[in-house]
Design a protein around this ligand. Structure first.
Ligand code: ADP
Ligand code: MG
Length: 621
């Protein structure tokens, strides 16, 4: 047989690699800003046009590049930052893989102008899709200017995949924030479509935060500082009163690199426990310095995750440091009389016995009691689903990750418990069930079931999302959802623009079972909710929905219904980490296969996989 293996041409390899490094204009912004910092710049300007889709330009006064380097920097694995693998352990630069510029040049029109201090003239290079179009000597200042135009011009699929300008600009600003907060000693300017967005002079961290987030932030900052053998902590947390709904304003930097760490985030949250309202998140700017040998930063350029050797100790130190800071600034618990009693549930609610008020409410509402006793066959599909799924939450431990259940969820399961006392048993003790299939649960995440050809593995959270999604979508379009009337209307406040968003989708929400008594200014008052949802989840679901809508900027019509159903299904779906009884598993599987599209979750992730016995056989050869 003839040889068939060929090496991919460089420009193809670069294009493939580019997909990893460059997801959106914000990725280009990050890479270019980091290169400018690595080049020792003290002044950096970022210019964007059309959310970076037309232009991302970074101008720096750093060390610049020689004529030869200017050409070389676009080659893959071209880097001045390491020469051997050992260097990896003593890195002080942001980049080192030498892939960013090669990747960017493969998928955009790039122009580079650069000059080192010692050379008289600078170099200008134009590259399109990895091909050098032009190289010439030019007069220029010391430093580097890189312009990246028409990103993804040669990959239309990626270009089409980009979100609206609002969304892409926000991603860019997020990256910009992460860089400028970590480098207050460098002055930054950002221009978007010709006008100034940020002008940040060289300063200290506090001033930098104030310059970025506005003068009012100054009084919100509580300094945090601690030094132990394994970690040095510096920075600020925001006073508890300024904790906000949803994410945003949380920054961890480890060795001056922005990272995400749900684990450490939780340490901060736990330091604020009792000081902030349920469902709100405190803001923070925390700089952690640790021995580089004690961490494992995933060296993938777009990843921001990190692993620490001594995670638990760091958790404890961080938590107590922040508690101490909050205490020092005598920030005591805040009393808030507007809170719904139900939302006030403390973390240790589990230890207490369930109490009357919630039960009273639920006694009024029990639309399933009658139907459920008739057995499964006689129950209308939708309602049966409501009842059985509610019982799923009974006394379950959400052991997912290290994050304990929120008070809301605890309240929820207690509430459900009462209900299920009356309904379960009759619902599932159906003898016809006993024959038939067996299912198992794996790691509180997958449902495993033998099938004729082998084995089927179902992702429980995604499966439930699919079930809820189809049901919600049907309700929104066919408009026949059942609503559960609340004895006491649910009342809470949201930001005015958020209430506006709800108003726009009020009609669709009502089709899912919501009944709004008021939606005006910052007030949301709800009289009825979908039967499949617990009252305590409502606020969270609506907030998630508002967030999702803001992210997506959908047009009216179908896509909006779709988004709404997707978002609600996601918030409502049973989570990974929840154990399911045999009946619950089988019920979910049955519901899944009653769906139009059981194989995929609404976000197109696979819901299930099958494994053929033949595959097993091969393993035993
Ligand atoms: P990396 O940053 O991982 O080394 P890049 O592809 O981002 O890889 O950059 C390749 C090389 O180009 C860098 O190592 C550096 O030598 C040079 N370079 C890139 N941007 C600049 C800049 N703004 N100023 C000076 N040199 C730069
Ligand atoms: Mg780089």
């Amino acid at each position: 047989m003839a040889d068939i293996i060929k090496l991919l041409p460089d420009h193809v390899a670069n294009q493939i690699a580019a997909g990893e490094v460059v997801q959106r204009p914000a990725s280009v912004v990050k890479e270019l800003l980091e290169n400018a910092l690595d080049a020792g710049a003290s002044e950096i300007t970022l210019v964007i046009k059309e959310a970076g889709k037309i232009l991302v330009q970074v101008i720096d006064n750093g060390m610049g590049m020689s004529n030869a380097d200017a050409r070389l920097c676009f080659e893959r694995h071209a880097t001045s930052k390491i020469t051997s693998a050992e260097d990896l352990f003593s890195l002080h630069t942001k980049g080192f893989r030498g892939e960013a510029l090669a990747s960017i040049a493969a998928i955009a029109h790039v122009e580079l102008k650069t000059r080192t201090e010692t050379s008289e003239v600078g170099t200008k290079i134009s590259i399109e899709g990895s091909q050098v179009i032009e190289q010439e000597s030019v007069v220029s200042l010391t430093g580097t200017t890189i312009s990246v135009k028409n990103l993804f011009y040669n990959i239309p699929a990626r270009r089409n995949f980009l979100k609206s300008n609002t969304v892409e600009t926000r991603h860019i600003i997020d990256e910009f924030h992460r860089v400028v907060l970590a480098h207050p000693q460098v002055s930054f300017t950002m221009l978007a479509n010709g006008s100034d967005v940020f002008k940040l002079p060289e300063s200290n961290l506090r001033q930098r935060i104030v310059n970025v987030f506005g003068a009012k932030s100054n009084e919100k900052l509580v300094p945090v500082s601690e030094e132990t053998e394994i970690i040095k902590i510096n920075g600020f947390v925001l006073k508890p009163d300024f904790a906000k709904k949803g994410r945003g304003g949380q920054f961890f930097f480890v060795n001056n690199r922005f990272i995400k760490s749900p684990y450490l985030h939780h340490a901060v949250l736990s330091a604020f426990e009792g000081l902030i309202k349920e469902g709100t998140t405190p803001g923070y700017f925390l700089f952690l310095d640790v021995d580089p040998k004690s961490i494992d930063i995933n060296i993938h350029p777009t990843k921001t995750e990190i692993k620490f050797d001594d995670e638990q100790a760091l958790y404890a130190i961080l938590r107590s440091t922040i508690k101490h800071s909050l205490g020092q600034f005598s920030i005591g618990p805040v009393l808030d009389f507007n809170r719904e009693a139900e939302l006030d549930t403390p973390y240790d609610y589990n230890k207490k016995s369930p109490v009357a008020p919630i039960i009273d409410v639920d006694k009024e509402f029990n639309p399933f009691q009658k139907e459920s006793t008739k057995g499964r066959g006689a129950v209308p599909y939708q309602k049966e689903k409501g009842a059985s799924w509610e019982s799923l939450y009974v006394g379950l431990n959400e052991g997912f990750g290290s994050v304990p259940r929120s008070a809301n969820e605890s309240a929820n399961s207690v509430e459900m418990h009462f209900e299920s006392d009356e309904v379960t048993g009759t619902l599932f003790d159906d003898e016809s069930e006993a024959a038939g299939q067996t299912t198992f649960q794996l790691q509180k995440k997958y449902i495993i079931s033998p099938i004729k050809s082998g084995l089927m593995i179902i992702h429980q959270h995604l499966a439930h999302q699919r079930v809820l999604y189809e049901e919600l979508l049907k309700n929104i379009t066919v408009q026949e959802a059942v609503s559960q009337q609340l004895l006491f209307p649910l009342c809470f406040n949201l930001a005015k623009p958020d209430v506006e968003i709800l108003k726009k989708i009020q009609e669709q929400l009502e089709h899912t079972g919501f009944v709004f008594a008021a939606l005006k200014d910052d007030i949301v008052e709800i009289e009825g909710i979908p039967v499949t949802v617990a009252e305590s989840q409502i606020e969270k679901i609506l907030e998630q929905l508002i967030n999702d809508i803001r992210e997506e900027v959908p047009d009216a019509g179908f896509s909006q219904n779709d988004l709404l159903a997707k978002s609600m299904a996601k918030s409502m779906a049973i989570k990974t980490g929840v154990s399911l009884s045999r009946e619950e598993r089988e019920h979910l599987v049955n519901q899944l296969f009653a769906c139009k599209e059981p194989s995929f979750a609404p976000n197109n992730r696979a819901v299930l996989i099958t494994m053929d016995v033949n595959d097993f056989d091969k393993k035993f050869l």
